[in-house]
Design a binder for this molecule. Structure first.
Ligand code: ZN
Length: 678
């Protein structure tokens, strides 16, 4: 491997282990001799992880490359600590090889350490030591002079110079612990650097394991509820919480009841430690400086009381946050941001996290677990200290962080929305789910066919990613299964904004041959099923209090009677009427209900696969293979209707683009005069 390849290899190894560094946290570098394109001579180039990205999955293009001689020359430009932020603007001028990857604000921390290879990691075990009141002495005790120590300082140009000074004055050091932050290590080769990083983390882990006082977190205070009860409580709580914190922008939720979380939320020290706030800057940028501990006693689990207390607890938290902003703000600070908590701790139950998208919510939860691990270690061997409030504020509202936020792309039209699609394994269901995902929504799919559902889910994960796609197999005609489906949606994403009721069947038979079984089957799936799912969604949306949109995928046959299909046509008519009735009741709570009427969507359809195709062909006196052409010629526009066409109409009705439409029917049938609405 070349030196850059070795750097990449080591970075991926380090970044893939959460004990070594958290998601997106830490950076690595190598100083490499490379041929300069201008002079043709060998020059020293710093390869360092660029701005953004995660070490575990970084590729070579994730590193920025800078001329070392230009970085050294920058020292002459440095005007002192009060001006260190201006140094960031010089970094692009040091770029080697026109590399478009922006250099991160940690670049000076790597550039000036006089070693070829440098790792900067955020290992929980090291931060635990770095966040102890007595961290300097403990560093000496544990590492016996192998690691130096620097007091807390915001990462930036000045800290880069301090690292250089310490590493130069004490050439025996293998690295440095930064108080309240993390670890720097270095080596002459990629391999030795990697090994030193692991060795230092191992020493810290081992020392903590031998020295942590038992019981941790001051011992157990409350019981921990069994798993089903924890999940049920979280599923009830999440939509109520989500509605209350989504006024500015809609948030998505994540529930975590891993062992590390449960140990903390059942402990005596929960309230005391949570109030101290997190330590490593990476942690609180993701989790806010402190979480909200909800008033809940698992010994007397009263969910109604918990829900009744939410408004007061949230308004107290927001008032505290606003007061923190007012206390700490500087003349040029960015405006106050969303004052709601990100992390919610529930004694005996677990942790909820909410953010503008699902991955961010999940990762925020993982970061708080890092913070729990740090507090567990630090408090077990000494006294845990969070970051001083003003320091935390200066990082949270750092103008350079604000600039990063401003560079983020504009959110998609359905960002922060949760959609439930029934009949999700079918052609129309999948096309709808695909479009909603592409527009930024998270999607819960359901279908009665478990195999087809799994296939659809895997295909959709390729479109929307693992975080945003979930599925639950179920039968929409079962009241219990529908309730379970809605609970699972709340638990997975935090609530519900969009219901696409699409599960369907079709049947054809002359009236006198229509058995009671055929009749009931149509009624059960197309009427009762739609009723059950929409009633459940309605209750959930009402609890959330942020409105919602329901779209029924009905049929032209709900408007136009068709000979030889009375059971199907009647059920489809009832479905459309049900949508109109719900539209009436939904208006008061901001829930819109609209109908999309497809006609003859044959491609990808599971309904048209079997008997229905034969039946329609027979009743129209044509060959089954000619049916697509037959319907095309029958339409006014002489066009086939495809699943994507239905998906486009469903998306319109689901999104704010149709925000002033409810009780409507939108035909997507290539033109059928008999279906004109009036
Ligand atoms: Zn760091």
């Amino acid at each position: 491997m070349s030196e850059p390849e070795l750097l990449l290899y080591r970075s991926n190894l380090l970044g893939s282990d959460l004990r070594v560094t958290n998601f997106g946290g830490g950076n690595t570098s190598a100083k490499v001799k490379m041929r300069d394109h201008l002079s043709g001579e060998d020059v020293d180039v710093l390869w360092v992880k660029g701005s953004g990205g995660d070490l575990g999955s970084i590729k070579l293009d994730g590193f920025s490359t800078l001329y070392m001689d230009k970085l050294q020359a920058l020292k002459k430009r440095y005007r002192g600590l009060a001006h260190e932020d201006e140094m960031v603007d010089y970094l692009p001028h040091c770029t080697f090889n026109l590399n478009p990857r922006a250099a991160s604000i940690d670049t000076p921390l790597h550039a000036y350490i006089p070693k070829a290879h440098v790792d900067h990691m955020h290992p929980d075990a090291i931060i635990a030591i770095a966040a102890c009141a007595d961290s300097r002495r403990l560093t000496e005790v544990i590492f016996g002079g192998q690691l130096g120590w620097l007091p807390w300082q915001r990462p930036g140009y000045d800290l880069g110079l301090k690292l250089e000074a310490l590493a130069t004055s004490q050439p025996k050091l293998k690295g440095i612990i930064l108080e309240g932050h993390g670890l720097f290590t270095w080596g002459d080769t990629a391999k030795s650097c990697y090994e030193i990083t692991l060795e230092m983390i191992r020493l810290a882990e081992q020392w903590l394991a031998e020295n942590i006082k038992q019981p941790v977190f001051g011992g157990v205070k409350t019981l921990t509820l069994p798993p089903e009860q924890r999940a049920a409580l979280a599923a009830r709580l999440m939509p109520a919480l989500r509605g209350r914190i989504s006024a500015g922008e809609r948030k998505l939720g994540d529930f975590n009841d891993s062992a590390a979380v449960l140990e903390f939320v059942a402990s005596n020290d929960l309230a005391k430690l949570a109030a101290l706030g997190t330590s490593c800057p990476d942690h609180f940028l993701r989790t806010k400086i402190r979480p909200l501990v909800l008033d809940f006693d698992p010994a007397q689990p009263d969910v109604d009381k918990l829900l009744a207390g939410l408004d007061r607890q949230l308004s107290d938290y927001r008032a505290d946050y606003t007061a923190y902003y007012e206390r700490c703000k500087r003349a040029n600070s960015p405006a106050v941001r969303d004052a709601n908590p990100v992390i919610y701790l529930i004694p005996g139950v677990g942790m909820l996290s909410f953010a503008k998208d699902k991955a961010t919510a999940r990762i925020a939860g993982e970061f708080y677990i890092n913070a729990i691990n740090v507090m567990r270690g630090a408090n077990g061997v000494d006294t845990y200290v969070g970051l001083p409030e003003q320091e935390a504020f200066d990082i949270e509202y750092w103008l350079l962080e604000e600039a990063k936020l401003q560079r983020m792309p504009k959110p998609k039209s359905l960002a922060g929305r949760v959609a439930l699609v029934t009949g999700g394994a079918g052609g129309i269901g999948q096309a709808v789910a695909r479009q909603l995902l592409q527009e930024g929504a998270c999607v819960m799919l359901t279908d009665i066919d478990a195999g087809a559902l799994e296939e659809a889910k895997q295909a959709l994960i390729k479109v929307g990613g693992k975080d945003c796609v979930a599925s639950v197999q179920g039968d929409i005609t079962s009241e219990a299964q529908v309730e379970a489906l809605l609970s699972a949606t709340s638990l997975r994403f935090g609530g519900l904004d969009i219901l696409v009721s699409n599960a369907g069947i079709a049947s054809a038979a002359p009236l006198e041959d229509t058995t009671l079984e055929i009749w009931n089957r149509n009624q059960n799936i197309l009427v009762t099923g739609y009723f059950l799912v929409s009633r459940g969604a309605f209750r959930l949306m009402k609890q959330q209090k942020i409105g919602g949109s329901m779209v029924f995928v009905a049929s032209k046959n709900g408007l136009v009677a068709s000979a030889g299909a009375s059971a199907y046509c009647t059920a489809k008519a009832a479905e459309i009427h049900l949508a109109r009735c719900i539209a009436l009741e939904g208006a008061a709570i901001g829930v819109r209900v609209n109908v999309v009427n497809p006609d003859a969507v044959i491609r990808g359809s599971r309904i048209w696969d079997g008997k229905w195709k034969e039946e329609r062909a027979a009743s129209n006196k044509i060959e089954a293979d000619n049916i697509e052409e037959f319907y095309r010629q029958r339409s006014m526009l002489k066009l086939s209707v495809l699943p994507e066409d239905i998906a486009e109409a469903v998306y319109f009705m689901a999104s704010d683009k149709s925000g002033k439409s409810t009780g409507n029917v939108l035909n997507v049938d290539a033109g059928n005069a008999a279906a004109f609405t009036r």
